[in-house]
Design a protein around this ligand. Structure first.
Ligand code: GLN
Length: 310
């Protein structure tokens, strides 16, 4: 696969994409996220032989937010297996915003449609094994540290608290699902874990490495040892295609055609099957909650290097 490993080309793509940031705005429903600089844009492309091409301020850190949903799903699937996990969360896209409650009432009160919307992700988080929140979080963190090879990855406690204190919508999703027996956990405890999961902090190089492992059937960057079983890596990529960009996933599949997952911090993690991992941070979001410049970068890369899987 021919892929971008020259910095000059990537810098040009990033510069061009950055012209669009003024069309969007940073997320502010989580107060701590509103402090982000809307004009920053960083990109890392990770490929074989440890080649990482980067552009922008790649040391800038940001929280995973919804990107964490892919990783909590991986852990839950490894813990409990497909049958158990998918008895409690579905596999179909919704066409609704990520935090919508409507399908819980109109479609199925006992099963959120997929693990990439908030309702489904909350159920998935409740399935991570461990006796306490700390133990569950620690298991998720060490999984992410293993994927990235970065043992310093941790939770940004300010962002976690800021979301926990204001998570009225996620609370209501939880209480609705608890009423219907989908969630058994104490809601506040589950929300504490979920908001910490969303507040795990990375840079775009970490994100590119996660994308790389998922792209390459779950195998470790350095040793090729499996970290995620092949069939689970395949499930993750499939959800990234069908639901990864919220209710813009269809258009993104047509325009870009790369499995990708975005988060409201402005991060996007992309995994080109059997190829490269891409990590992007650009906090100016469109009305669906996707990084405007980030999507432009992926569109340009896909076009230039013919990366669409379709
Ligand atoms: N923590 C965020 C929330 O639950 C994640 C949402 C997102 O990134 N789309 O609202």
């Amino acid at each position: 696969m021919e892929m971008c490993n020259d910095k000059e080309t990537l810098d040009t793509i990033v510069e061009e994409a950055n012209k669009h940031t003024s069309q969007g705005k940073v997320a502010d429903y989580i107060p701590a996220l509103s402090l982000a600089n809307p004009d920053t844009l960083s990109v890392a492309i990770f490929q074989n032989n440890n080649v990482c091409t980067t552009s922008g301020d790649i040391n800038e850190k940001f929280t995973l937010q919804s990107i964490s949903k892919v990783l909590s799903l991986a852990v839950a699937l490894m813990d409990l297996g497909e049958e158990e996990v998918f008895s409690r969360v579905g596999k179909e896209p919704t066409g609704d915003p990520f935090n919508s409650i409507i399908k819980l009432e109109t479609h199925s009160p006992s099963k959120p449609l997929n693990p990439m919307i908030n309702a489904g992700a909350l159920v998935v988080t409740s399935m991570i094994e461990g006796r306490t929140i700390d133990e569950k979080l620690e298991r998720l963190l060490s999984f992410i540290q293993e994927l990235t090879g970065n043992p310093s990855i941790t939770v940004n406690e300010d962002v976690a608290k800021s979301e926990f204190d204001t998570a009225y919508l996620n609370r209501s999703l939880c209480y609705f699902m608890k009423q219907h027996g989908v969630i058994i956990d104490n809601v506040e405890t589950l929300l504490e874990l979920y908001t910490k999961q969303c507040a795990i902090e990375v840079n775009c190089e970490d994100l590119a490495k996660i994308g790389y492992v998922i792209a390459n059937d779950g195998k470790d960057v350095d040793t090729n040892r499996p970290i995620i079983p092949l069939h689970i890596a395949r499930i993750l990529k499939t959800f990234m295609v069908t639901c990864g960009m919220y209710n813009a996933s269809g258009e993104f599949a047509i325009k870009v055609g790369i499995p990708a997952k975005s988060g409201v911090s402005g991060g996007i993690m992309a995994a080109v099957p059997h190829g490269v991992g891409i990590g992007i941070y650009g906090p100016s979001l469109d009305d669906k909650g996707n990084s405007i410049a980030g999507m432009k970068v992926l569109e340009a890369l896909s076009e230039r290097y013919n990366l669409s899987i379709f």
